[in-house]
Design a protein around this ligand. Structure first.
Ligand code: BGC
Length: 489
């Protein structure tokens, strides 16, 4: 093996997360679940969502949904057909960077309301104009019900009420923290006189769970919804009597008849104090240079927004001190100053998927990706292979950490002891595009003794595409007290 490959393997080994560590992390996660269910302000937020039932596929109606959660804002209308299917019309708008960090929350929410207005004009103009004509004596039922998917940590106070705890994923608009984000959106909508009522506030993981439950055939409701995308998080069905902090939370009334409630774990902040999470020098540097050091430490090791940056830091290390892109066989390899390898966030996580997918003998795809993404010409076979070794190790660790959260929730809720299949809906770029992420996650699940090989059959994991939009529509429907629901488990 060449010296370069040896070095790459040594760096990759720093991302090993062996079974004993997975198991230790599962124990800590279970402890943090209990803490989060009993007190406010714990590391794992365990946020009650006030959604106490999941859909069974027979729900019907036309709903609006908007989704603010990463780099894009999505506006959609969803027609639920009532037979496990739906049709969806959507517009995706890139959020101007300046609105994500510097601007005031008012500017951001007005921007969002304007997108809703143009969506209605384009796709539902007749309906929209009719609403406008009746606006003077508008009745409640004339309004479009809208589900608002807002994928940041929110202290939820009711089905359409919740205050922002903190921003994540590169957003930072201080004046929004502590405010009711539904009211912010409703105010902006009212300022433009739109016939829209913000009926439900939804985390994307809750939406994913609901959408999966609506579309998955059979009687079993979905148990867990997880996102492995720009950010990462999960929501699951919890017994109400385990949510002991409920009594201390100020909240509006909700339906207690099912005895269950969907909990938004906000697992991105699991183990912020780093008692069990791995912590390489690359993780440390990423955190120090981030806009929220010490926060979202699990997310910073698992989700799409960060894996590319970890890879960049590791490759830069290999390049600067250990000979990557300058080995003897690639004396022509050249890394120009303008290469994204020198820029913070310069490597997109899609590169990890691309690199993982290359099964060609001479790493043709990796070489051309290095050229396209990083302007690196003439990379050698060893260069390309080194990139693959390191990128694989980073994604593998992320998937194993994902398995920690999932198995801990399954164990803590006793879900594995039931006879039913446990249905899990997932979404996000890593599960959708990374060729090995899901199988690496499965592999780690098997290594948790309480799950074991039996988990392969017992746990059904499926993609819940566009889950957050459809899920938001479904919760808007629940909120407007229509349709049939079934108890959450
Ligand atoms: C947010 C969560 C969200 C997740 C996935 C995290 O950064 O805190 O609320 O569910 O990203 O989008």
């Amino acid at each position: 093996m060449s010296a370069l490959l040896e070095e790459a393997t040594r760096i990759a080994a720093q991302f090993d997360y062996p079974p004993e560590q997975v198991q230790r992390a599962v124990k800590e996660y279970i402890r943090e679940i209990d803490e989060g269910l009993s007190e406010e302000g714990a590391t794992l937020s365990q946020i009650p969502t006030f959604v106490t039932s999941v859909p069974n596929g027979t729900e019907k109606g036309l709903y609006l949904a908007v989704d603010l959660g990463g780099t894009n804002f999505r506006v959609c209308s969803i027609d639920l057909h009532g037979n496990n299917t739906f049709s969806l019309t959507q517009a995706k708008i890139m959020i101007p960077r300046e609105l994500m960090t510097s601007g005031s929350s008012k500017e951001l929410f007005l921007f969002l309301a304007r997108q809703i207005e143009s969506f209605l004009r384009i796709h539902h103009n007749e309906h929209f104009e009719a609403h406008l004509r009746r606006m003077v004596e508008a009745k409640e039922e004339d309004l479009f019900d809208l589900g608002f998917t807002f994928s940041f940590p929110v202290r939820q106070l009711g089905i359409n009420k919740g205050t922002l705890i903190r921003w994540t994923k590169g957003f930072d608009i201080p004046d929004a923290v502590g405010q009711d984000v539904c009211a912010l959106l409703q105010d902006a909508i009212d300022e433009l006189n739109l016939p829209v009522r913000v009926a439900a506030l939804v985390n994307d993981t809750v939406g994913t769970l609901m959408a999966r439950s609506y579309t998955s055939p059979g009687e079993t409701g979905t148990f867990l919804g997880a996102i492995f995308g720009t950010g990462t998080n999960g929501a699951y069905v919890e017994k109400l009597d385990r949510v002991t902090k409920m009594g201390n939370i100020e909240h509006s009334d909700y339906d207690k008849s099912t005895g269950e409630m969907i909990i938004n774990a906000e697992w991105g902040s699991f183990d912020n104090h780093l008692s069990v999470l791995p912590n390489t020098k690359y993780d440390q540097q990423l955190d120090t240079d981030s806009i929220n050091p010490g926060i979202q430490m699990f997310e910073k090791r698992v989700s799409g927004m960060f894996l590319g940056e970890i890879l960049r830091l590791a490759l830069l290390d290999l390049h600067e001190s250990l000979g990557l892109f300058k080995s003897s066989t690639s004396s022509n390899a050249f890394v120009p100053k303008s290469s994204q390898i020198y820029r913070q966030w310069g490597i997109d996580t899609s590169l990890l998927s691309l690199v993982e997918a290359d099964k060609t003998k001479n790493f043709e795809q990796i070489k051309s990706a290095l050229k396209d993404h990083l302007k690196i010409e003439h990379a050698s076979d060893d260069d390309a292979k080194s990139v693959q070794i390191v990128a694989h190790a980073i994604a593998k660790r992320a998937a194993r950490l994902g398995a920690v959260a999932i198995s801990a929730i399954l164990i803590s809720t006793g879900k594995l002891q039931t006879d039913d299949v446990v249905d899990i809906g997932v979404d996000g770029s890593l599960v959708e595009y990374h060729p090995s992420f899901s199988s690496l996650l499965r592999e780690a699940l098997r290594e948790v003794p309480e799950v074991g090989a039996a988990g392969d059959k017992k746990i059904r994991i499926g993609i819940s595409k566009d889950g957050s939009g459809v899920g938001a529509a479904l919760i808007a429907l629940v909120a407007s007290k229509e349709g049939t629901q079934r108890p959450v488990s």
